[in-house]
Design a protein around this ligand. Structure first.
Ligand SMILES: O=C(O)CCC(=O)C(=O)O
Ligand SMILES: [Fe+2]
Length: 332
């Protein structure tokens, strides 16, 4: 059975640039991801426990406490658990990431791809611009990490800005997948309806966080209206690549956990050529679909090799795109 969008849902998405779709991801897919990340934290912690950086009692803590302690051990701890390598043109030789089978099962989840197919069409490429965001209570974060949208504050932006110019004609759709509930107090997403209709990038100002995330200053937001998008675990939110959006801070004591995954029609430049995407669904050539989680992980390892050996020697990420606005009135 195909669980694609209804005509009304599709019309709403096209008109407003966002859409909430309830109940897309089943409990067992989510449980497997939680188990995979628990094991990952334990793996990473083992070396730190051995080195005396964390107490042996660490192993008995609940996931959220383990995670918070780990975030306090290194400024960029969250890079190690993301589902991409870091966006650094000066690529760190010791960069690690997480490309586990439970995450691959999410990326190839049939019900998710049914929804994506309604928007992207029958030839679906998994764009490598993808992240996990596990957000502890905002007040518990170290100062630097708090400014990073993977764990802390997400300022206003359009996702298209994360791509290199090669993707200027590529149509990219974001699906934001809730692994935990994300009610308003937990830091739900917020968006500006119809902001994609302007058809261009709004000026972003250079960010001052550790990932130097660029942001749209309040005065340039294309709006009179902001919608809040609280969701339940298993729901997804879709965005057009030009939709202006942000997230509220997590004011609760629980973690707020999501993945943002992106999709474009097969054959269009991804906008991040250093990193590997894959054919997630092809009705015309099903044999080109990637179905092997081990191969997916290997593709990321190979990409790192190509960067470190100089076989790939172009930009990974265009951090300078908005630098010229840094000293102007708009960004003051
Ligand atoms: O979850 C967040 O805080 C930000 C998500 C986001 O900007 C996206 O999915 O594109
Ligand atoms: Fe975004």
């Amino acid at each position: 059975m195909n669980h694609g969008l209804s005509a009304d849902q599709l019309a709403f998405f096209e008109e407003n640039g966002y859409l909430v779709v309830e109940n897309v991801i089943d409990e067992s897919t989510i449980d497997a991801i939680v188990a995979e990340y628990s094991a990952l934290l334990d793996d990473i912690a083992a070396a730190k426990i051995a080195a005396g950086e964390l107490p042996p009692t660490f192993r008995d803590l609940p996931f959220s406490d383990k995670y918070l302690q780990l975030l306090h051990t290194e400024d960029n701890f969250f890079d190690q658990i993301d589902i991409t390598f870091p966006l650094a043109n000066n690529f760190p030789a010791d960069a690690t990431m997480h490309a586990g089978p439970a995450v691959f099962d999410l990326l190839t989840h049939p019900k998710l791809l049914d929804v994506v197919e309604s928007v992207v069409g029958s030839e679906i490429y998994s764009n490598p611009v993808q992240h996990v965001r596990i957000k502890p209570p905002r007040k518990a974060l170290p100062e630097l990490a708090g400014k990073n949208s993977y764990v802390g504050t997400t300022t206003w932006h359009q996702d298209h800005g994360a791509l290199l110019d090669e993707a200027d004609q590529t149509v990219v759709t974001t699906t934001w997948v809730a692994i935990s509930d994300a009610e308003e107090e937990m830091g739900c997403l917020i968006a500006i309806p119809k902001s994609h209709k302007k058809g261009e990038m709004t000026i972003h100002c250079p960010g001052d966080g550790i990932a130097a995330e660029n942001y749209i200053p309040g005065k340039l937001l294309n709006t009179r209206e902001v919608v809040k998008l609280p969701v339940k675990k298993g729901d997804i939110i879709m965005f057009h690549q030009l939709t202006e959006h942000a997230a509220l801070n997590n004011k609760t004591d629980q973690i707020r956990w999501s993945f943002d995954l992106r999709w474009n029609p097969v054959g269009q430049p991804s906008g991040r050529p250093a990193f590997p995407g894959f054919v997630a669904r092809s009705r015309s050539a099903p044999e080109t679909e990637l179905r092997d989680a081990t191969q997916w992980k290997q593709n990321w390892i190979d990409a790192k090799d190509r960067i470190l050996t100089g076989q790939y020697n172009d930009q990974i990420f265009n951090a300078e795109r908005w630098e010229k606005y840094g000293d102007t009135e708009v960004c003051a």
